[in-house]
Ligand binder design. Structure first.
Ligand SMILES: [Zn+2]
Length: 173
């Protein structure tokens, strides 16, 4: 169960959003909202898990930062939408697992293979909190911004009502 604790505006390079902070007894979850989304269908939505490497250390090994920027830009262009930020670093195995897997990745294993070999789950993320937040914000359905078709079925299994998909095309320099 989630509790809504606080909210406040945030000015960004992509316009002014409202941060709504929820707590589930263990972790904070933040909905970054723009515009009028209550009772709407096909609300532009990104469900974004934390990535220390990209968001803190400017890593160029993943697209997390670019995907966040593009999601914010698309929401700004549409005039409304939201991003749900989940504290699920390293596919929710944590940053320790991410660092432990590094050597195996350098040896040629995929991230998933490395996690499994180390005894972690291939993907420990879950999206039930995101579904609860969409319900709490009275959103009827979303257009999910993602490039990952597997994530769509995972999110649907966790209760999100996904009416459409919007790809995030990242142009690397
Ligand atoms: Zn990342």
């Amino acid at each position: 169960m989630i509790v809504r604790l606080a909210e406040g505006t945030l000015q960004t390079r992509f316009g002014t959003f409202t941060q709504i902070l929820y707590y589930d007894g263990q972790k904070e979850i933040i909905a970054l909202v723009m515009g009028d989304i209550a009772h709407k269908k096909n609300v532009l939505c990104r469900v974004h898990s934390h990535c220390i490497s990209a968001h803190i250390f400017n890593s160029i090994e993943c697209d997390c930062r670019e995907q966040m920027e593009m999601a914010q830009r698309l929401i700004q262009e549409a005039g409304s939408g939201l991003i749900i930020w989940l504290d699920q670093e390293g596919k929710n195995n944590g940053h320790l697992a991410l660092l432990q897997s590094r050597k195996l990745k350098d040896e040629g294993l995929s991230q998933t293979e490395a996690y499994v070999k180390l005894g972690y789950l291939a993907d420990a993320r879950n999206y039930r909190r995101a579904a609860e937040i969409l319900h709490e914000l009275k959103i009827q359905s979303i257009t999910l911004m993602t490039n990952n078709p597997e994530k769509v079925s995972q999110l649907r299994n966790d209760g999100l009502i996904i009416a459409g998909i919007q790809q995030l095309i990242i142009n690397h320099p």
